[in-house]
Design a protein around this ligand. Structure first.
Ligand code: 5GP
Length: 206
């Protein structure tokens, strides 16, 4: 059986949409799909693991990687560099997996330009009210910080029409089921199925 190179799914969303939880659930419960680990210059947060959540690097190192052509895409997101390396995607594809890139709209646009077969998915919160509640978090942040986060979220959502698929994350289980349906549909594309079932198809029509 010959297998096709894994598909690339790009997932974008404003913070507060629940994108990370959704992607974590996909990786846990859907076989044959992994997340490409991005590089970033943002400082580590509590619980962040280098090499797992991100490859944390200094700005100089990031700029050297840009100059060396290491990235499929990179962008300045809220003052820090973020980027997906060719190596991160190849690591996932080398084990035969489909790949998820959890990146912002600027990165999604670049990946789509370079690799048009990429499937992009945008995740939305169900309402402004829910978005605000999620952005307020533990209620310890100043009004100014929350206003900035809200403005950034709205800026991101203005790009929703650039995606191939739109998921509203109201009921988490429904959003998860719909996401798996997108993955299943992509896996049943004719070109991919023809590669996967080459011998059978040759026997049927060869
Ligand atoms: P955070 O720092 O909260 O993990 O992520 C902040 C934003 O950066 C999110 O919108 C996230 O999707 C985006 N991001 C994470 N990794 C990448 C990447 O490799 N490239 C781009 N363009 N954006 C990324």
């Amino acid at each position: 059986m010959t297998t096709a190179k894994g598909a690339i799914f790009v997932v974008s969303a404003p913070s507060g949409a629940g994108k990370t939880s959704l992607v974590k659930r996909i990786v846990k419960d859907v076989s044959g799909i992994t997340v490409a680990v991005s590089h970033t210059t943002r400082p580590k947060r509590d619980g962040d693991v280098d090499g797992k959540d991100y490859h944390f690097v200094e700005r100089k190192e990031f700029e050297a990687l840009i100059a060396a052509g290491a990235f499929v895409e990179h962008a300045d997101v809220f003052g820090n560099y973020y980027g997906t390396s060719h190596a991160a995607i190849e690591t996932c594809q080398a084990i035969g997996d489909d790949v998820i890139l959890e990146i912002d709209w600027q990165g999604a646009k670049q990946v789509k330009q370079g690799l048009p077969e990429t499937v992009s998915v945008f995740v939305l919160p169900p309402s402004k009210q829910v978005l605000l509640e999620r952005l307020q978090g533990r209620g310890t942040d100043s009004e100014e910080v929350i206003a900035r986060r809200t403005a950034e979220a709205v800026d991101e959502m203005r790009h929703l029409q650039e995606a191939d698929y739109l998921l509203v994350n109201d009921d988490f289980e429904v959003a998860f089921t719909n996401f798996t349906a997108i993955i299943t549909a992509v896996r049943h594309g004719t070109a991919r199925q023809m590669l996967q079932h080459k011998e059978m198809i040759d026997e049927l029509i060869g």
